[in-house]
Ligand binder design. Structure first.
Ligand code: SF4
Length: 434
């Protein structure tokens, strides 16, 4: 019995797909070479933007034709399944099984019932989210979900509606998975959550918060690897967290801190829960406390009622914050979100013009910040051989950037020390330091 699994969307989806693959293989399924010889095709869906759903619909069209050629089971799991439920099968009758976010942990049972009954089924009636015991088959780096869901209800975001309220994972489960990952030689662990720094677990009357969890993880990880975490919300980025980043070498001195916008009026309409002043103070605090820290962000432009002044405020904030990288996109109304009621007031042309200006500014800032680091010696985790030149290796710095340097393939999965010599696009050219 062969399966084929396609994953769309965020790191959490990637981690959950790994968990699903582990469970399928434990139940005797093997991964097919590609989709054409699979008895089971699973699409792990994303619903964060309309474009993500359109992409998925394209894949479903492909599998509709495939079904005219041969028999196989087509299953869809994840956020789009949670959002659409039965409507998903009504719109795409080629689907045999719909499994929502909260039922992912029971996928095998749902699949068994579908195969036994030879009837298309939907399992998306909410319930309690269950963390899988293991989320990685990887060799040296792994995602480790520590919480699920989000309580923030940013007005443009569908996540709280498809992933539900925040649930923090019991620390003993996290430690058990971490120990297993280390036993398998994992060197880089990324703690995952839609809003990871609002982790809070009530343990025998004691509240374990995110900095507390980081202490536990650092203790178990120290000396063998480094720790990243994703995604932080600025309103939950505490002084205690910043001090952990500064004080413990197990943590990468890098934080992804989505600001989304630079205008207080728009931040309020987005329901982000902080002002541009709060955010810039946080950036200063991180840079002043964590030496060599790098900060990346998300910028959403073209939000309903955004004026030229609001846009200029965003450019201004970017100049002041000097981000090391930024993921930039423009607003699309998302059915089911609060912002959807505000209409789509900024024209597509204007959104593209503003996005272009944001990207140009960011590219210059990023390049300047990378240039400033040339000549420095940095540690990298060797991730593979360069596609362009097999005699060269690709390593990732703790600041989540790539460096190319000469070295033997058996260094993959280990740490190396390199001196940053030059820049090729956004990739550093480096030399190994003995
Ligand atoms: S913090 Fe806001 S943008 Fe992020 S997942 Fe939660 S609601 Fe969505």
């Amino acid at each position: 019995m062969r399966y084929w699994l396609e994953t769309y969307g965020c790191q959490m989806n990637k981690a959950e797909s790994e968990a699903l693959a582990i469970e399928l293989e434990a139940a005797g399924w093997t991964q097919g070479g590609d989709s054409t010889d699979a008895d089971l095709v699973v699409l792990n869906t994303c619903s964060v933007r309309r474009t993500a759903e359109e992409r998925l619909e394209g894949r479903l069209g492909h599998y509709r034709h495939e079904k005219e050629r041969r028999r196989f089971t087509l299953a869809v799991v994840g956020c789009m399944s949670e959002r659409l439920k039965d409507e998903f099968r009504a719109r795409f009758p080629e689907i045999d099984l719909v499994v929502g976010t909260f039922q992912k942990g029971r996928f095998l049972d749902a699949l068994g019932e579908t195969l036994r009954s030879h009837r298309p089924l939907t399992f998306a009636d909410g319930g309690e989210y269950r963390f899988a015991p293991l989320h990685s088959r990887g060799e040296f780096k792994a995602f480790l979900p520590v919480m699920h869901g989000c309580n923030n209800f940013c007005s443009y975001c569908i996540v709280p509606y498809v992933r539900g309220p925040e649930v923090s994972r019991p620390p003993e489960e996290i430690v058990r998975e971490l120990d297993e990952l280390q036993r398998r030689g994992v060197r880089e662990v990324t703690l995952l959550g839609q809003n990871v720094n609002s982790y809070a677990y009530l343990n025998n009357g004691t509240r374990l918060d995110f900095p507390g969890l980081l202490d536990i993880v650092a203790d178990r990880m120290s000396g063998t690897g480094w720790i990243r975490f994703l995604t932080s919300h600025p309103k939950d980025c505490s002084r205690a967290l910043i001090e952990r980043l500064a004080g413990t070498r197990a943590f990468c001195r890098h934080i992804h801190l989505p600001v989304q916008h630079g205008s207080d009026r728009i931040l309020d309409l987005m329901n982000r829960g902080y002002t541009r002043g709060d955010y810039l103070k946080l950036v200063r605090d991180i840079k002043n406390t964590v030496s060599g820290a790098t900060i990346t962000t998300d910028i959403l432009i073209g939000f309903p009622t955004e004026t030229e002044k609001d846009f200029q405020d965003t450019l201004d904030l970017m100049r002041e914050a000097e981000f090391d990288d930024a993921y930039t996109y423009y607003y699309n109304p998302r059915e089911g979100t609060k912002a959807c009621a505000l209409g789509d007031t900024v024209s597509r042309e204007e959104k593209l013009r503003r996005l272009r200006e944001i990207i140009d500014l960011h590219r210059d800032v990023k390049r300047k910040r990378q240039f400033d680091r040339l000549g420095r010696t940095e540690r990298v985790l060797v991730e593979g051989v360069s596609k362009k030149n097999p005699g060269e290796l690709l390593g990732r710095t703790e600041h989540d950037e790539m460096a190319v340097f000469t070295g033997p393939p058996d260094a993959i999965g280990t740490f190396a020390t390199v001196r940053l010599r030059n820049l090729q696009g956004a990739t550093f050219r480096a030399e190994p330091v003995q």
